[in-house]
Design a protein around this ligand. Structure first.
Ligand code: DX5
Ligand code: ZN
Length: 228
């Protein structure tokens, strides 16, 4: 199970310290929400900020979520800035396949994200080529939104395809993930959990990370099968 705090919910006046805090708290990944003001109605931060934060969390895997309309011009800058994985959105249509190959050519892991209104069927052609599938559980653009429960069947479908096709992409969820919704997502088959508000807001981030990981683990169907 991977716990990935989203830096979008951190204190923007001290992002380096906040990344150190996430690493100290025992997070596995740092989720970096990159917003360009076109693909989503918000602007967050760019490659220079990621590069500045990178040395503050040397052990964390930088999971870079591009909510951007023209990601092709951003892949190299984020790769150079220290991204370990780059996630693009299936809603980009025709350019998805070339973008997947460009990310691979940069030596980075590749993720594909699907928004709540988008049918999960759209990701099927790419499943063999990606390292991670991100099922968005809020409409992208802002932290602190309510979890959209209607997305759960998409997680179940993605988990079923992974089993049936014997694939091993990670199944990530992102948006409104907290100590209640993490259980539902784990039961549906998710194994990678992005949380901004639920992890950066509590004073004791370590306790929040440990609690979220335990709930995810206890609700993992594979683990449940082992329970006597
Ligand atoms: C929304 C972002 C999410 C968001 C999660 O566009 O992709 O990662 O930051 O924030 P919370 O966990 O607060 O919903
Ligand atoms: Zn995100």
């Amino acid at each position: 199970m991977i716990i990935a705090p989203s830096l979008l919910a951190a204190d923007f006046t001290r992002l380096g310290r906040e990344a150190e805090r996430a690493e100290r708290a025992g997070a596995d990944w740092l989720h970096l929400d990159i917003m360009d003001g076109q693909f989503v109605p918000n602007i967050s931060f760019g490659p220079a900020v990621v590069a500045a934060v990178r040395p503050h969390a040397p052990k964390l895997f930088f999971d870079t979520h591009l909510m951007c309309g023209k990601p092709e011009i951003l892949l190299e800058p984020f790769a150079r800035a220290g991204a370990d994985q780059i996630i693009i959105h299936v809603e980009l249509g025709e350019s998805v396949l070339p973008l997947i190959w460009k990310i691979k050519n940069l030596g980075k892991k590749v993720g594909l994200a699907v928004n709540p209104p988008t049918p999960i069927a759209l990701v099927q052609p790419f499943l063999e080529k990606i390292d991670l599938l991100l099922v968005m559980t809020v409409n992208p653009g802002f932290g602190g939104q309510e979890f959209i429960h209607e997305c759960l069947p998409k997680i179940q479908q993605a988990a079923a395809w992974r089993r049936e096709k014997n694939l091993n992409y990670r199944l990530e969820v992102d948006g409104g993930i907290n100590l209640a919704t993490v259980a539902e997502c784990a039961r549906a088959g998710a194994d990678t959990f992005v949380a901004g508000t639920a992890l950066f807001r509590p004073r004791n981030m370590g306790a929040a990370v440990r609690k979220m990981r335990k709930i995810a683990h206890d609700n993992d169907p594979a683990f449940a099968d082992l329970k006597v």
